[in-house]
Design a protein around this ligand. Structure first.
Ligand code: SER
Length: 316
């Protein structure tokens, strides 16, 4: 089957990288990037683009009709920190956008749908270390409970409509090609930019705040691997835990100092993102992903640090 792939929210941190990874695999013309905003250079120059607003169902329907996608990746979302400033808007975009896409995927017989979930689905009463796939989940951010509800919808569409939806609970994602937009884990990207530009960084998270993180190359590979896995091997239709690698701002700064010895880190007195980070797991158990589709992490903290500094140095 010739694949036709629609990526919605292509301008974002994941979309920018995923569109180009998909174009390398399936061919530029087979991957339609779409976003509500003008395309960023990294995707404009590599293949077709459509404007799309996931809250406008007629607009979305037109795009599905025109391109008849076999796979859809829905990445448009408001992340955790911005979601707390615009709670109703975050709920509406994250939920209504998903339901529009799930319904159209059923109507247009889309073969596979990908939608990202997050470690934000966990909350203060979830086990903090090696957080299991199945446990108490009491997310207390709008972003977190929109992702948890979204997981429930994905599983529901799989059960009721046979829609082949797949999802990952991404840890914080660290990449150099695109910046994150308004999350709690963004510090782990900003720190590299500032290390190269100014040699110092003020972290909005406290020194010992451990969070699970992942290099973008690993995240993209995980996404493609999950989407290519045989349907019958998948036992989870909500979203798979992915562990990544857990570290604190102190540990990250120490790693950066090995490459930029004069690098200095300081810590903000207070920041609303701290409470969000404190409600999330410190480490994750991803044994289902390992067992069901052979997941294995490649980038540890030294490899992430080297990758970020080497690549960013060339472009900033
Ligand atoms: N990394 C995201 C955030 O910080 C969570 O998925 O909001």
């Amino acid at each position: 089957m010739t694949e036709k792939i629609l990526v919605i929210g292509a301008n974002g941190q994941i979309g920018t990288e995923l569109v180009n990874a998909l174009r390398n695999v399936y061919g530029a013309e087979q991957v339609i990037a779409s976003d509500i905003h003008d395309p960023v250079d990294a995707i404009r120059d590599t293949g077709p683009f459509e404007f799309v607003n996931v809250l406008d169902n007629d607009n979305l329907q037109h795009i599905f009709q025109k391109h008849q996608p076999t796979q859809v990746y829905l990445l448009a979302a408001i992340l955790s920190a911005v979601g707390e400033q615009k709670p109703k808007m975050a709920w509406d975009l994250n939920m209504t956008g998903l339901i529009h896409v799930l319904d159209l995927a059923v109507e247009f017989k889309v073969a596979k749908v990908f939608w990202p979930s997050s470690i934000a689905v966990f909350g203060p009463h979830s086990p903090q270390f090696d957080t299991p796939q199945y446990c108490v989940m009491d997310p207390n951010t709008v972003y977190g409970f929109s992702k948890l509800a979204g997981e429930r919808w994905c599983e529901y569409y799989f059960a009721k409509h046979g829609l082949d939806v797949r999802s990952i609970r991404y840890p914080g994602l660290i990449g150099w090609r695109a910046n994150p937009g308004g999350g709690t884990t963004d510090y782990a990207v900003h720190i590299f930019h500032e290390a190269l530009k100014t040699g110092k960084y003020e972290s909005f998270l406290s020194a010992e705040t451990a969070l699970p993180m992942m290099y973008m190359d690993d995240a993209i590979r995980a996404t493609l691997d999950l989407m290519n896995a045989p349907a019958e091997s998948l036992t989870i239709r909500s979203a798979y835990n992915l562990a990544g690698i857990s570290f604190t701002p102190t540990q990250l700064a120490e790693e950066i100092k090995k490459i930029i010895p004069g690098f200095e880190i300081s810590y903000a007195e207070s920041d609303p993102r701290q409470a969000i980070a404190d409600s999330w797991p410190k480490s994750i158990d991803d044994s289902y992903a390992q067992k069901d589709w052979g997941w294995k992490l490649e980038y540890d903290l030294p490899a992430i640090t080297a990758g970020m500094l080497t690549n960013l140095k060339k472009i900033i």
